[in-house]
Design a binder for this molecule. Structure first.
Ligand code: NAP
Length: 542
């Protein structure tokens, strides 16, 4: 173990793990506070999600002008988003710009694959060990390790046997991948698969989509931002961010406060038509809220969307396969798309429903299904992530008396405010399970968490505290709060990463309470109150 020096002083006051949207801002705030801080990043550059996910079609579903950081007026003024929903290359460039502008790079260390972090209670120091055995010591440890950063692969036999090119979308190479004329398979039809399929359908020779369960997708309606709009956006950033602060998901989209049943059907349909034709997540988030709680309301809206799918897909048999039958609209993450359904009208695109035609095994040339072998040049796995807790599970955290976080969270996470967990002092789990950040427009959500964490560190320093730990009682209460928000939500009855399911990970076959569903304003209110009360629910030690 690294030496915390003779007098127990660690090398750093703060270490941040992860150089994505969250870690970059945390590092910025720590340096502003004058702390001796460093950031350790697994990749070879900053960018997090936008460093890794370079697959064709990768872009966010947040309005670009709600995705940038809000902390610097100068940055907001300087940066021009070129599209309403910016693609991966632009967002990656944006984060690089932020890193350079605020001179953060000198405080970042790349190619640092953190494997284990161990707490020394006597010296009140974390020792962080990397894959190459290097170690650093720190008083405070901040995880900004991503909620969708532990990619998962299917486990059918022979998945590694394929001799052609094959990638999980998360690990898409930075060098160009030849698509023209290629026989391509895509496995998975979540938000990622939907983007890849839409983007490459007209570029590849032949595309076979392996679908296990379809999702309810709706149009993104992306478009360029012209000079006039750009000027308008820049002039209204204060209002944009104020609006995001008011909405449950920290987007510009507000729920319709009326009850579904109190609005006549004709009016409901008019609203839905308008939402379907509008940009972004309004189709999901500006709806009547009881659509996500009332089976009948949800069924009616789902039928409306099913009608749209039937209109857009020429072959009625294919259309029915693309319409989810096992869950209602919005009970899983809604992928927004650009001509996704139209891709299936192309002669070179084939949909394989793997419930009808199961994958038997991988072969050297492709994939053997129950109907025979299909040969490919490229296989793309858009098979998702061990979401929210996966990145924690892949690292080893040993707390007080060697207690392991993996053991503590084996049946699901246990946290206080999603920001701390008992027995793991001075570990702040930014964008961790059960925090408000994970159900928010991400940059907006993490700004709340990072600002809170930065204020915490300032408070501890000012008051001479060296150790902070959530109490077991506060944690129990928080877990109950988290659970209470699942009650009545149709989301709770639907298997997806929202509810902790992943067929590719052992034990992730039951509901786990990963997400705070109370909405960003309530989360912000609660963490502010905790801070104002001198960090209620935490024990602080000098
Ligand atoms: P995902 O939503 O978990 O989808 C994974 C897909 O792979 C599902 O269709 C799943 O089928 C399928 N799959 C998994 N294992 C399989 C197996 N063994 N055999 C066959 N099929 C299998 O993952 P994702 O699409 O990467 O998206 C994850 C999240 O990332 C999104 O929900 C979103 O929050 C974020 N994201 C955002 C954007 C954006 O902002 N536009 C874009 C991409 C991703 P089942 O449904 O049957 O499980």
């Amino acid at each position: 173990m690294a030496v915390p020096s003779q007098n127990g002083t660690p090398q750093y006051e703060a270490v941040v793990i992860g150089a994505g949207v969250c870690g970059i801002y945390m590092l910025y705030r720590l340096l502003k506070l004058g702390l001796n801080a460093t950031l350790l990043e697994r990749g070879s550059d900053a960018g997090g999600t936008w460093y890794w996910n370079r697959y064709p079609g990768a872009r966010f579903d947040s309005e670009s002008y709600t995705y940038g950081y809000s902390f610097s007026k100068e940055l907001l003024e300087e940066w021009d988003w070129s599209e309403h929903f910016s693609g991966q290359p632009e967002t990656f460039r944006y984060l690089q710009y932020v890193v350079e502008k605020f001179q953060l790079r000198d405080h970042m260390q790349f190619d640092c694959n953190v494997q284990a972090s161990t707490w020394d209670d006597e010296n009140q120091v974390w020792t962080v060990r990397m894959e190459d055995r290097r170690e650093v010591t720190t008083r405070f440890l901040f995880t900004a390790i991503g909620m969708l950063s532990a990619a998962t692969m299917p486990r059918y036999p022979g998945v590694d046997r394929f001799k052609g090119e094959s990638f999980h979308t998360y690990y898409w190479p930075s060098t160009p991948v030849e698509l023209e004329g290629k026989r391509v398979a895509v496995v998975g039809t979540g938000a990622t698969g939907v983007q890849v399929i839409s983007e490459i359908a007209d570029k590849v020779g032949d595309l076979t989509v392996f679908q296990r369960r379809p999702n309810w997708c709706a149009p993104l309606h992306n478009g360029p931002i012209d000079d006039e709009e750009q000027a308008k956006i820049k002039a209204s950033y204060d209002e944009i961010f104020a609006l995001c602060k008011k909405t449950p998901g920290s987007f510009i989209h507000q729920p319709d406060r009326r009850e579904f049943k109190e609005v006549p059907r004709e009016e409901r349909l008019a609203l839905w038509e308008k939402l379907y034709a509008s940009r972004g997540f309004g189709v999901w988030l500006s709806n009547f809220r009881d659509i996500f709680m009332d089976e009948d309301a949800n069924a009616e809206y789902s039928e409306f969307i099913a009608g749209k799918i039937r209109e857009r897909v020429n072959d009625p048999v294919v259309a029915e396969k693309l319409i989810p039958k096992d869950h209602g609209f919005g009970t899983r993450r809604v992928p927004l798309e650009t001509k996704y359904y139209e891709a299936y009208n192309r002669d070179n695109v084939h949909l394989k429903d793997i419930n009808e035609t199961p994958i038997v095994e991988g072969t050297e040339k492709g994939i053997l299904t129950s109907e025979g072998e299909l040969e490919f040049d490229l296989i793309i796995y858009a098979t998702g992530f061990d979401a929210i807790t996966g990145a924690f599970d892949r690292m080893e955290f040993s707390g007080v008396d060697g207690r392991r976080l993996n053991d503590k969270w084996a049946d699901g996470p246990i946290t206080y405010l999603g920001l701390q967990t008992h027995d793991f002092p001075n570990l702040i789990t930014l964008a961790g399970p059960q925090s408000g950040s994970v159900s928010s427009n991400f940059p907006r959500g993490i700004e709340d968490a990072v600002d809170w964490a930065a204020n915490l560190v300032a408070y501890l320093k000012e008051n001479g505290y060296h150790r902070i730990e959530a109490t077991a009682e506060a944690e129990d209460e928080w877990v109950e709060t988290i659970k209470s928000y699942y009650e009545g939500l149709l989301i709770a009855n639907t298997k997806s990463w929202f509810t902790g399911f992943n067929s590719n990970v052992d034990g992730h076959d039951k509901l786990r309470y990963l997400i705070f569903w109370g909405g960003a304003p309530k989360f912000r209110e609660r963490i502010t109150e905790v801070a104002e009360n001198g960090y209620d629910g935490f024990s602080l030690e000098k």
